[in-house]
Design a protein around this ligand. Structure first.
Ligand SMILES: Cc1cc2nc3c(=O)[nH]c(=O)nc-3n(C[C@H](O)[C@H](O)[C@H](O)COP(=O)(O)O)c2cc1C
Length: 134
């Protein structure tokens, strides 16, 4: 696992909504927006599954994710890749439900997606585009 440098964390914190990409077992890509993404620590993210459909199916078959962020203030952009664990019960699930229902108690909060960051790339245009950061 890798740790997010401060510039990555700051860019991700401000990204709203956050585009996340998954892929099916056979490689069909799928991208969605999430509003409810929380940074747990520099290696770990939590995403609330409220309405996932193809995303949930993809993550069950292929537990990998790609997350994109960009700041027009700093002109920084990063692509974060990670391995996913899906939880429907337990400590992380309970934490997710408390967080989501604090935002809006009507949200279903049906699943908790824990992401362990594995790679981070520079996604800003220019000579360093695509370069691996960690
Ligand atoms: C601005 C915005 C924020 C969203 N945030 C979330 C979210 O935090 N959690 C969630 O489950 N779905 C969220 N959605 C819905 C998903 O983007 C998407 O519609 C849903 O996962 C179904 O698509 P899928 O079949 O590709 O998974 C959001 C949609 C928008 C437009």
């Amino acid at each position: 696992m890798v740790k997010m440098p401060a510039e990555v964390r700051e860019t991700l914190e401000k990204q709203k909504p956050v585009p996340i990409a998954t892929a099916s077992k056979s490689g069909v890509p799928n991208v969605i927006f999430v509003g409810l993404l929380k940074i747990i620590d520099d290696e770990t993210l939590m995403i609330a599954d409220n309405f996932f459909n193809k995303t949930a199916a993809n993550l069950m078959d292929n537990p990998k994710i790609s997350i994109l962020c960009y700041s027009s203030d700093t002109k920084k952009s990063f692509q974060i890749k990670g391995n996913v664990t899906l939880c429907k019960e337990g400590e992380n699930f309970d934490q997710m439900r408390k967080w989501v229902h604090g935002v809006n108690e009507k949200l279903p909060a049906k699943g908790c997606v824990m992401v362990k960051i594995t790679e981070i790339y520079n996604a800003m245009w220019g000579p360093a585009a695509g370069k691996q950061i960690t």
